[in-house]
Write a protein that binds this ligand. Structure first.
Ligand code: KIV
Ligand code: NA
Length: 265
């Protein structure tokens, strides 16, 4: 199969075909994701928590991200590789350009960054320089110190309206994909309907254009942290890593994951 491209994402949404995304941090799991039909593989800065054992994503460095991106890239044939800009690598547009270039040269096809506000200028700067950008709104883990924990966002009307405005703004700035994390299902549905670009949900209900899970959560590993409601152990269901990936991709494609039990109202 030929590698997926950025225009393929918009085409999938147009065709009503849901996008399945998983995180991976090494070549072996990247290969398993790819073989099972995962459309997008994310080298998330979640690696700070699930691989390195930190309490947040803040300690992750660009060297860490470049290393894991190179590892994952070697395991992929078809899936589009998205890599996170780690904490403060996107603090200025110039810094973000340098960091994003490094990730693309390590094998990524798109970079992801958290937030809107001052990040809109960064998104625009990258997009105008031919760097595909995935935005990430809602529960943004790099905001954990301000938020005071990993909490569902956009529950109040004012916060919901602000999130919706941010979603339109990141697309206008040039993002070609939008991750929505930890938001009530109804809000994610409304944002998806209004968004010019495909949305990928995690803890954002069933109505996004695609879904993402963290690999370790999806395999049922105990992270040492409180287990969020949206996490589902697909290894238990699939019986093997390959079976788990297949079960996940099938559930995302048919829209049976996440169900109400794995979403926020
Ligand atoms: O780092 C990560 O794994 C992520 C996903 C949870 C979207 O950003
Ligand atoms: Na991340």
């Amino acid at each position: 199969a030929r590698p997926l491209t950025v225009p393929d994402l918009a085409a999938a949404r147009e065709a009503g075909r849901k996008l399945a995304m998983l995180t991976a941090y090494d070549a072996g799991f990247a290969r398993a994701c790819d073989a099972g039909g995962v459309d997008l593989v994310l080298v998330g800065d979640s690696l700070g928590m699930v691989v390195q054992g930190h309490a947040s994503t803040l300690p992750v460095t660009m060297d860490d991200m470049a290393y894991h991106t190179r590892c994952v890239a070697r395991g992929l044939r078809r899936a589009l590789l998205v890599a996170d800009l780690p904490f403060q690598a996107d603090a200025t547009a110039e810094r973000a350009l340098e960091a994003a270039t490094r990730l693309l040269q390590a094998g990524a096809g798109m970079v992801k960054l958290e937030g809107a506000g001052p990040k809109l200028e960064v998104i625009r700067f990258l997009a105008e320089r031919e760097i595909p950008v995935c935005a990430h709104l809602g529960l943004t883990p790099q905001s954990v110190l301000r938020l005071g924990g990993f909490k569902v966002q956009g529950r109040e009307a004012a916060a919901a309206a602000a999130l919706r405005a941010d979603a339109l703004a990141v697309a206008e700035a040039g993002a070609s994909l939008l991750v929505l994390e930890g938001v009530p299902s109804a809000l994610a549905r409304a944002i998806t309907a209004a968004s010019p670009v495909p949305t990928i949900g995690i803890g954002a209900g069933p109505d996004c254009d695609g879904q993402v899970l963290v690999l370790h959560d999806f395999l049922g590993l105990d992270s040492g942290h409180r287990r969020p409601k949206f996490v589902k152990d697909f290894l238990a269901e699939g019986g093997s890593v390959a079976g788990a990936v297949q079960a996940y991709v099938a559930a995302v494609r048919e829209g049976s994951f996440p169900d109400a039990a794995h979403s926020y109202e």
